[in-house]
Design a protein around this ligand. Structure first.
Ligand SMILES: Nc1ncnc2c1ncn2[C@@H]1O[C@H](COP(=O)(O)OP(=O)(O)OP(=O)(O)O)[C@@H](O)[C@H]1O
Length: 295
């Protein structure tokens, strides 16, 4: 079975900004969390999956079907592949229309449009069909986008910063809907966010980029369960360098302590019982991987 989405060797430049070469894959049953600072290239990467621009290099596929800029060699297969996917962006892009008109648009846009499911999603989210879309709160706007995305029964959701600007309740609400989506067989999600706690919550695999380059990609469980952050004094951090393989530690000097990211928390505890080691949050892990000095 082909991956739901795949990018291989993607490269794109805008002036001084260079993305890639970057590769990613979203297999069935997986949520790939895509993180990185503002301007690191997440949106540019995601846009390659619907052929939004001419790539400098690389390939992109949806359901195994190549996606390019301009006409496709096989429009029918690409149209079917696109039916299997749905994109959700951080801002509502329906213009000044009523919620019920969004449903009419969906029926025109997608062969597999399920009007009853769209109505149910609206009811579950407490959105009246007669409401004007531009009057919806940000949280409601996100639920409307999710309702629109889900109502043609996609197997793959591609979300670009879906929780940006949402309050904690609205974020949890949106994440709950995504969890329910993943409860069904054969589904997958690619979700970018700079809110790392969201990715911690629902991500199976995490891909991090910085200034257009991949920093790491690994299972969320490895970050949580295998790595550790040793809270050291400057002297302790200095002494560690010689005792572990060169390049295996990431060191970040802070005002009152020095954090050292260690790849095997259990082994570190056994070797250095006097130094406290904590489980890293995804945010701390990302910061240490990007800003930490390799020792
Ligand atoms: N169409 C474009 N024309 C010129 N520059 C662009 C274009 N699209 C993106 N860029 C530049 O490419 C870089 C990466 O932008 P991108 O939106 O992909 O990053 P991002 O990680 O999604 O950031 P954010 O979290 O702020 O949305 C930025 O420097 C941006 O200004």
């Amino acid at each position: 079975m082909a991956d739901l989405a795949r990018i291989d060797g993607l490269e794109k430049s805008y002036g001084d900004f260079h993305l890639g070469p970057l590769s990613l894959a979203v297999p069935e049953g997986q949520v790939l969390g895509f993180i990185g600072a503002n301007g690191s290239g997440k949106t540019t990467t995601i846009h390659a999956l619907f052929g939004a621009y001419k790539r400098d290099a690389g390939t992109a596929t949806l359901m195994g079907v190549p996606v390019g800029f301009g006409p496709s060699a096989n429009e029918k297969a690409l149209a079917e592949a696109k039916e299997g996917a749905a994109f959700v962006f951080d801002t509502l892009s329906f213009g000044d229309i009523r919620v019920e008109d969004v449903g009419r648009f969906g029926a025109l846009a997608y062969q597999g449009w399920d009007a009853a499911l769209f109505q149910k999603e609206l009811r579950d989210a407490g959105i009246a069909p007669s409401r004007k879309t531009k009057e919806l709160s940000r949280g409601m706007g996100m639920r409307l986008q999710l309702a629109f995305a889900l109502a043609h029964h996609p197997r793959l959701l591609i979300l670009d910063e879906p929780t940006a600007g949402l309050d904690p309740m609205a974020r949890e609400d949106a994440l709950d809907r995504l969890r329910a989506f993943m409860g069904e067989d054969g589904h997958g999600i690619l979700m970018s966010s700079h809110i790392t706690t969201d990715i911690e919550d629902i991500g199976d695999q995490v891909l991090c980029i910085d200034r257009g380059q991949k920093v790491f990609e690994m299972p969320m469980d490895d970050i949580r369960d295998r790595y550790g952050i040793a809270r050291c004094t400057a002297a302790q951090a200095q002494a560690l360098a010689g005792r572990f393989p060169a390049g295996s530690l990431r060191v970040l000097v802070k005002p009152h302590q020095t954090d050292v990211l260690v790849p095997d928390a259990a082994a570190f505890r056994a070797a250095e019982p006097t130094i406290p080691v904590e489980r890293p949050s995804l945010e701390e892990f990302m910061v240490l991987m990007i800003k930490g000095e390799k020792r």
